[in-house]
Design a protein around this ligand. Structure first.
Ligand SMILES: Nc1ncnc2c1ncn2[C@@H]1O[C@H](COP(=O)(O)OP(=O)(O)OP(=O)(O)O)[C@@H](O)[C@H]1O
Ligand SMILES: [Mg+2]
Length: 233
């Protein structure tokens, strides 16, 4: 397994946001993480990527115990992520945002790679603008491009299609599939079931901090616990 998170726990005061959650991701696969609002999906990403300190459990990445490592060190091992609310350098230009994560690499190669991602996500005309002028959807795309600049083996994408124009969503999904075919793995948090259907061979449903179902979309849709989690009693 590329990623193995075991029995993760995270508490905020009296609230247990993640409560004994397991997640395994094989190389070259796309796992869909779904669940109602507040079920702990984003918190799980924050635990796996090292942003939050765990109250329990272990995270193995490429067989190495990364529990408690800083986000920076985990990123350097090849784990990339995007945020539900994009965390860009708003005053820097669009292309500068892409250069930052690769600052220690050969300059020409970095510029070339950045130009390719800008092209793919139709951001080239905006490359010299400050990132704050981008629409919400474009900011999502730029964040994904920024995560890709480090050439990660695993990408955690938190609602990466939210606010992205429908025509661009199709291209984004195609890009994710191509990256998967080149061996990259993804965990995608997504509320759009068409996206989940399109991309994911495996789906994990979270509810109240734990996984209540796993399988393909047809299977989890029919799962009684899933129906109840979404519709309530
Ligand atoms: N930093 C925090 N401090 C306190 N409570 C938090 C914090 N982050 C998340 N929570 C709480 O933990 C629970 C899980 O939140 P989380 O953001 O992980 O849910 P989610 O599944 O990503 O929801 P959504 O689909 O709305 O994005 C919620 O009750 C939320 O209010
Ligand atoms: Mg969330």
């Amino acid at each position: 397994m590329l990623l193995e998170a075991r029995d993760l726990v995270k508490r905020f005061g009296g609230l247990t946001a993640v409560s004994g959650m397991d997640l395994a991701v094989a190389p070259g696969t796309i796992v869909g993480l779904i669940g109602p609002n507040g079920s702990g999906k984003t918190t799980l990403f924050n635990l796996v990527s090292g942003l939050y300190r765990l109250d329990g459990g272990t995270v193995l990445f490429k067989g190495q115990d990364v529990t408690g490592l800083s986000p920076h060190r985990i990123a350097r091992l090849g784990l990339g992520r995007t945020f539900q609310i994009p965390a860009l350098f708003r005053k820097m230009t669009v292309e500068e945002n892409l250069w930052v994560p690769a600052i220690d690499e050969p300059w020409q190669a970095v510029r070339r790679r950045a130009a390719e991602w800008l092209d793919l996500f139709r951001l080239t005309p905006l490359r010299a603008e400050p990132a704050e002028v981008l629409s919400g959807g474009q900011q999502k795309l730029l964040e994904l491009a920024r995560a890709l600049m480090r050439d990660p083996d695993l990408l955690l994408l938190d609602e990466c299609t939210a606010g992205v124009q429908p025509a661009m969503v199709a291209e984004l999904l195609e890009a994710i599939r191509r990256l998967r075919d080149r061996g990259k793995a993804f965990v995608i948090i997504e509320h759009n079931m068409e996206v989940i259907q399109d991309l994911c061979e495996q789906i994990v449903v979270m509810h109240e901090g734990r996984a209540i179902a796993r399988g393909d979309l047809a299977a989890v849709k029919q799962d009684a616990a899933v129906v109840e989690a979404y519709l309530g009693r």
